[in-house]
Write a protein that binds this ligand. Structure first.
Ligand code: GLT
Ligand code: MN
Length: 388
């Protein structure tokens, strides 16, 4: 038997949103094209393929409005299945976007009763997350936004959003749950404009919360590309801040409607650099995929397999990049200049400032230095195309 070097292992920590597997191929212009899988079928299929775990919304596993007894039964059954299949629930999130009650927002609805209902729904979901031992709890503000800016003041909306999150942080502390919050940015869709559209806006917002240490970011490739931003840089911003708690890998053609394509199916280079970021900096969270099989697929399994496989292939390419002699020589040349000045800006002191003032710079020489980026970039292309 020939060993597949890209065979998925538990330690790859691959997880999928249940909603991705249950996606029925419906879109705004057409009806469903395949049957919805049961949660049991989803978990069995993931376990068979060695996925580490799954992410879920409250209503993916407990129907909206069901009784307490029904809720308990669903959770009991799912926990048994998880134990039998050796598969973990790694992230939980609340569906605050599907039910029409949230048509003008959940935490940022203009109606305080709806805001309170949303917080109550999240509290119930936090209880479920705790029971399922999910440690990351995502907030994707799918309905938090506007089409009509006359309808609400964004400062007021931010205040409501903050109030809800502060309340929920206290709830987690009060219950002593081992759970952290991860906010997921998106620029638009389903609302005309969503609040908290980018990683940077979320980081700035977190700094205004009562418990910033409990909150981080869950960036998604497609959402970054919908904004026309750089995927590598956006994810890096969260990682640099120590706030990258979860990731949603997928793909997307830039500046279009939310496509939720498979990871690395649109732009290999973007995907490569994202894998490089996560591998080089030893990101420790799970590798989550949030995408949909093409509408033309009869079931999600080729989709599941290719997402995990693409990550593993790109991870191998990252290693190849890091071990490529010519690439490393070029990088050493680019970064190896003026070693004696490397720490001059280190930490400010009067002496350091004097030293800097007295340093003479050869502007012409610095300007003229060689930056072999055409060659460097070509080598990336050759690594990716398998000819390096
Ligand atoms: C929804 C959305 C995703 C979010 C999920 C969490 S659900 O499908 O498109 O980006 O991560 O609520
Ligand atoms: Mn997502």
């Amino acid at each position: 038997m020939s060993a597949d070097r890209f065979a998925v292992k538990k330690e790859d920590r691959f997880v999928f949103g249940i909603w991705c597997l249950q996606n029925r191929g419906r879109d705004p212009f057409g009806d469903q094209t395949r049957p919805e899988l049961s949660v049991t079928e989803c978990l069995k299929g993931l376990a068979q393929r060695n996925a580490y775990g799954f992410e879920f919304h409250d209503n993916d596993i407990v129907p909206f409005g069901c009784s307490a007894a029904e809720r308990d039964r669903h959770i009991r059954e799912i926990k048994k299945l998880m134990a039998d299949l050796n598969i973990k629930a790694t992230m939980a999130t609340t569906n605050l976007f599907y039910h029409p009650i949230f048509k003008d927002g959940a935490f940022t609805s203009t109606d305080p009763a709806i805001r309170a209902f949303a917080v109550q729904k999240v509290m119930n979901c936090l209880d479920i997350a705790h029971e399922m031992e999910a440690k990351v709890f995502v907030f994707w503000g799918g309905r938090e936004g506007t089409e009509v800016d006359a309808s609400k003041d964004p400062i007021e909306a931010a205040k409501w959003f903050r109030e809800a999150l502060n309340f929920l942080c206290e709830y987690v502390l009060d219950r002593d749950y081992d759970i952290k919050f991860a906010l997921e940015p998106k620029p638009n869709e389903p609302r005309g404009d969503l609040y908290l559209p980018t990683v940077g806006s979320i980081l700035a917002f977190i700094a205004t919360l009562d418990h910033p240490e409990m909150c981080g970011v869950n960036p998604e490739v497609a959402h970054v590309k919908m904004s026309g931003l750089n995927v590598y840089h956006e994810f890096a911003q969260a990682l640099d801040a120590g706030k990258l708690l979860d990731v949603h890998l997928n793909d997307q053609k830039p500046l279009r409607f939310d496509q939720d394509l498979s990871f690395a199916s649109d732009n290999l280079k973007d995907a490569f650099f994202l894998a490089k970021l996560l591998e080089d900096h030893r990101y420790e969270g799970t590798i989550g995929f949030d995408a949909h099989p093409y509408r033309s697929e009869a079931d999600p399994w080729d989709f599941v397999e290719r997402n995990m496989r693409n990550y593993k292939i790109l991870k191998a390419k990252v290693q190849q990049f890091n071990e490529n002699k010519e690439i490393q020589q070029l990088l050493a040349e680019i970064h190896g200049v003026n070693p004696d000045l490397r720490t001059i800006l280190g930490r400010y002191s009067k002496e350091q400032a004097d030293k800097l003032r007295q340093t003479a710079f050869d502007v012409d020489r610095l300007t003229a230095r060689r930056l072999p980026y055409e060659r460097l970039d070509q080598l990336v292309t050759e690594v990716l195309l398998g000819v390096a």
